[in-house]
Design a protein around this ligand. Structure first.
Ligand SMILES: Nc1nc2c(ncn2[C@@H]2O[C@H](COP(=O)(O)OP(=O)(O)O)[C@@H](O)[C@H]2O)c(=O)[nH]1
Ligand SMILES: [Mg+2]
Length: 146
């Protein structure tokens, strides 16, 4: 029985919901995330919540229900919308996750640099929800904290 929860945050389309399915080993298709989405041990969030400061209070309030925070960075994107050190005030274990490392235009060095603005010191994992590379390592690290 897993007691704690992990919460995923990051921009629209960065791969949060697909990664959620992979972590849960749930083969069902991903649909657009319209609201906070609770499953057994994962809280998936709409990308709008990470892109619009109006929703930050909601993210922070919801993070109180979680033990681990995954900050998601798309390896193919040159943007990270969250403000510097966003999770600094969260009483939570933050981990960085770079998604879509399977794509030809993935730039992992750039992705790490962007993620470091949000998470200056925490561990960063690299995953693909298509090839499943890195997913079991990430799952193990999350479960160590739950
Ligand atoms: N190639 C590739 N595509 C991915 C990966 N993860 C997600 N995607 C695709 O990226 C798009 C957005 O994914 P989604 O999980 O809905 O993003 P969310 O808005 O952050 O929940 C979808 O078309 C996914 O199939 C990945 O690791 N590799
Ligand atoms: Mg989603």
């Amino acid at each position: 029985m897993i007691k704690g929860k992990v919460m995923l945050i990051g921009p629209i389309g960065s791969g949060k919901s697909t990664l959620t399915k992979r972590l849960l080993k749930d083969p069902s298709p991903v649909t657009k995330t319209q609201a906070l989405s609770y499953s057994d041990w994962i809280i998936d969030t709409p990308g709008e919540y990470s892109e619009n400061p109006m929703f930050y209070r909601s993210l922070i309030a919801t993070s109180l229900e979680a033990r681990v925070l995954l900050v998601i960075q798309d390896a193919t994107k040159a943007l990270q919308s969250l403000p510097p050190n966003f999770s600094g005030g969260f009483p939570i274990v933050p981990l960085g996750v770079i998604t879509k490392i399977d794509l030809p235009d993935a730039d992992i060095v750039r992705a790490e640099r962007l993620l470091r603005q949000v998470l200056p010191h925490q561990a960063i994992f690299r995953v693909s929800s298509v090839t499943f590379e890195g997913v079991s390592e990430l799952r193990e690290e999350i479960l160590r904290h739950l």
